[in-house]
Design a binder for this molecule. Structure first.
Ligand code: 5RP
Length: 238
């Protein structure tokens, strides 16, 4: 039975249900990370259990992996299936052009790899994630860096106009350690006029593993609101 959810959780769930409608029998599905993507994994698990749906999931994090197991979704890897039919994932900010900031759950490196392997990328979110420009509302860009390079990457991010802060762990002392064994520098750049350009600049810094910029990767976004779900579509890159 469906539990009563607060309006934000309900908006996330409604967006997730729309995205899961794209899943077809035999699909390899990229399983996103975060609280919104979790609704999609649960809904997919329901379809696997109750319907005649055979899919395999490629988790983008340890969180997604454990939830998929719990929901009865068979797991595979990019080594076994380098092409993913569809990935459903959340986001921290979404522009009308479907540029994203991701990574507040520290999973953006694997999320971006799975997105790049996917024929279709569907993003799900509640209305609060919508912005005109990335970086609005004091949103930082998560940047995953090798622990060996924390000081150097910090300085280079400052040189590039950012204000990096080492993300602290929760329930442990010291920094957050990603599923890849790295650290996160949450870096504030103000409102970002050209995210594609800034992404390339930051990726060029030795020691940077990945950034939370997702530019040109998203095909469809479903955004849950108090009155329904908005669909935003982008023409697919060639
Ligand atoms: C994790 C992510 C998440 O998708 C993003 O942080 C959104 O999470 P939530 O749905 O919990 O708000 O990018 O790295």
């Amino acid at each position: 039975m469906k539990a009563n959810l607060d309006p934000i959780q309900e908006a996330k769930r409604s967006a997730a249900l729309k995205a899961v409608e794209h899943v077809q029998d035999g699909f390899i599905v990229g399983l996103g990370s975060g609280s919104t993507a979790a609704f999609a994994i649960e809904a997919l698990g329901e379809r696997v259990k109750t319907g005649n749906l055979h899919v395999m999931g490629v988790p983008t994090s340890y969180q997604a992996f454990l939830l998929a197991i719990e929901c009865g979704i068979p797991i595979t890897t990019l080594d076994e299936h380098p092409t993913v039919d569809l990935t459903i994932d959340g986001a921290d900010q979404i522009t009308p052009e479907l540029c994203l900031i991701k990574g507040m759950g520290a999973a953006m490196a694997r999320e971006k790899i799975v997105a790049a392997a996917s024929k279709l990328n569907v993003i799900i979110a509640d209305d609060k994630k919508r912005v005109k420009r990335l970086g609005e509302n004091s949103q930082s860009v998560p940047i995953e860096v090798l622990p060996f390079a924390i000081s150097l990457t910090k300085q280079k991010i400052i040189d590039a106009g950012g204000k990096p802060v080492l993300r602290e762990g929760k329930g442990k002392l010291g920094p957050t350690i990603t599923d890849n064994g790295n650290a996160i520098l949450d870096s504030y750049f103000g409102e970002i006029v050209n995210p594609a350009e800034l992404e390339v600049k930051i990726k060029m810094i030795p020691g940077v593993v990945e950034t939370g910029f997702f530019v040109g990767l998203t095909d469809i976004a479903y955004v849950g609101t108090s009155i329904g779900v908005d669909k935003i579509e982008r023409l697919r890159r060639k």
